[in-house]
Design a binder for this molecule. Structure first.
Ligand code: ZN
Length: 236
């Protein structure tokens, strides 16, 4: 029987491979999800790849499972990830969001350990204006109440940092949510470098209104960036 989720699973698996290759899923930990249009179902990377000693660079559709908004397994042989409640609670609170990524980007996490919020210091990072908030809890987001707190802390933003733990990014597509994770880590890296020369300066508020944000926060940019990172994969 044809798998009606096949296209979504393939896209989610490709997002996982891209982010793993780019180094934001250390120890094979982290996940990408996409909401099924018109249904309260989510396609998400299964849990336990790390436990099995697997690597995310090889992930395919077979490792993507289907869960409902209560976090219960609907389809698939493997268990969903323990931190699935990041995804379920954000989809409940942000109906326009189609994809959620939870990653553990090292430089972003390092900045949070110093109490430093990632700032919109470059044009590409304008969507993070006025700053990426830090959620103060470092533990696992493994039940609905704590997932709800993460969703509330995210609010209407595109990114949130879990202090000493990882990142949460969202987008209107898998391409957008994954690319925003990479933009977050790249911005953290640039902020770290800038701090070697002086105090990193966020772009002026007037420069990050919708007009200033659009070139780097558009479906066409995310498609192009996705293609770029796909090409990086084929080189490996
Ligand atoms: Zn985590």
């Amino acid at each position: 029987m044809a798998d009606k989720f096949k296209d979504i699973k393939d896209r989610v698996a490709l997002g996982v491979r891209i982010l793993a290759y780019q180094g934001v899923f250390p120890l094979a930990l982290g996940h990408v999800s996409e909401k099924v249009p018109g249904e309260d179902l989510i396609c998400i990377l299964s849990g336990g790849v790390h436990d099995r000693g697997g690597i995310l660079e090889n992930i395919g559709a077979a490792e993507i499972v289907v869960i409902n908004l209560d976090g219960e397994l609907v389809e698939g042989e493997m268990e969903p990830p323990g931190e699935r409640f990041i995804h379920t609670e954000i989809y409940r609170s942000r109906p326009e969001i189609r994809s959620v990524v939870h990653a553990h980007p090292p430089i972003t996490v390092a900045l949070s350990a110093a109490g430093q919020e990632v700032l919109p210091i470059t044009a590409r990072a304008a969507l993070f204006s006025p700053s990426v908030k830090i959620f103060p809890h470092h533990g696992q987001i493994d039940n609905p109440p704590i997932g709800g707190k993460v969703a509330a802390a995210l609010g209407q933003a595109y990114a949130l940092v879990l202090r000493g733990h990882g990142s949460v990014t969202v987008g209107e597509s898998v391409e957008a949510a994954c690319m925003i994770t990479l933009t977050l880590e790249e911005t953290a890296r640039q902020q770290w470098i800038a701090a070697a020369f002086g105090k990193p300066q966020p772009l002026p508020a007037g420069a990050v209104d919708e007009g200033g944000r659009r070139p780097w926060h558009s479906p066409s940019f995310y498609r192009a960036a996705w293609s770029y990172y796909c090409a990086q994969l084929t080189k490996s």
